[in-house]
Ligand binder design. Sequence first.
Ligand code: AMP
Length: 403
Amino acid sequence: MDTILVVNAGSSSVKFQVFAVDGDGRLQRQLKGQMDGIGSRPRLRATGVKGDTLADRAYPIEAVADVSAALMVAGSWLRDELRITPMAVGHRVVHGGPDHDRPIPVDHGLVARLERYIALAPLHQPHNLAPIKSLLANFPSLPQVACFDTAFHRGHDAVADQYAIPYQLYEEGVRRYGFHGLSYEYIARTLPKVAPEIATGRVIVAHLGSGASMCAMRGGRSVESTMGFTALDGLPMGTRPGQIDPGVVLYLMAEKGMTPGRVQDFLYRDCGLKGLSGVSNDMRELLESHDPRAAFAIDYFAYRVGLCAGMLAAALQGVDAFVFTAGIGENSSAIRARVAEKLAWLGVSLDAGENAKHALKISQSGSRVPVYVVPTDEERMIAEHTLSVLWGANSNIKHMRAS
Ligand code: AMP
């Protein structure tokens, strides 16, 4: 059986999924896994398609000291115990920089170019690249494909792509890239199948998860994003503040004596819902909490989603549909209802019953702007990209194997 391994590597965990490829290029998910606690208390967990446990085991810290080692241990488990030897590996890479508007096969030259963007995504890019480098070193003939979170947004108009700063900085790469592109691309590909009536129109997609952003799409293409140079901008997130006056950063450095590294940690880890509430970064816990600060964090979140919807509606010069996706967007009828209240002026009226059922279409039939819930699947998007890059690069690729 031909399989594709999809890898999403972070600082302390590596998530992976395996997709089987049939003769017609259809992909079927086989399993999901995760190595957590890298460098502290490593633990491999994996489940099959029906949620059945395939692995749940701890490793000694020295066996899984870093992200690369985590992927090697997970790869050995796949090969030795499940007899899975992937024909290719697709990687989520957060930053493709200004030049990459599509997925691309990995080679040493690409890795060197992508390393230049570590400064633009310091908490993600090095960890995304580490397993790529170790697979290149250990399995040089194993095809790998890099799939970028920025790529889907690369076609933005110049007015959406630039900051009002000297052009030299734009040329150096200080641009409004936008992120969550693999999620938005999956939604754009899915809408013609599940909601063809809106797929070619002006659609605002709200990817509301631990990381959160919104994308304005016209005809299935991104025209504006709430995220910019880094994944800090836009909506408040689990631990990131979203839009913030750069003067606050200057204040933290000048008045609080915070170093750039400390400010970075603060903005990525201590702000957002966690910082606002002092209770949790997790929306489920906030919804369950009786603490007034938790309630305020929820109010703030819905308010900012509403504000950003106004901005994106202006970018699109009107809205034909609104789509919720990701952990909060797909699962929380309460948050969807709160957000919908903020969108009433746009012509949104929710159907409470359909919303409670997490139906595909959750707006009333008379709602001027229909509202949908469309589950995202970034891993499937990566697997699809990996396959099409491979088939584009080499029609005999189906017969290639990891050495
Ligand atoms: P993601 O990053 O897409 O996995 O989304 C994670 C976020 O979704 C966390 O804040 C979770 O609390 C939130 N979430 C998941 N399920 C629910 C739910 N049923 N109700 C509210 N929030 C949820």
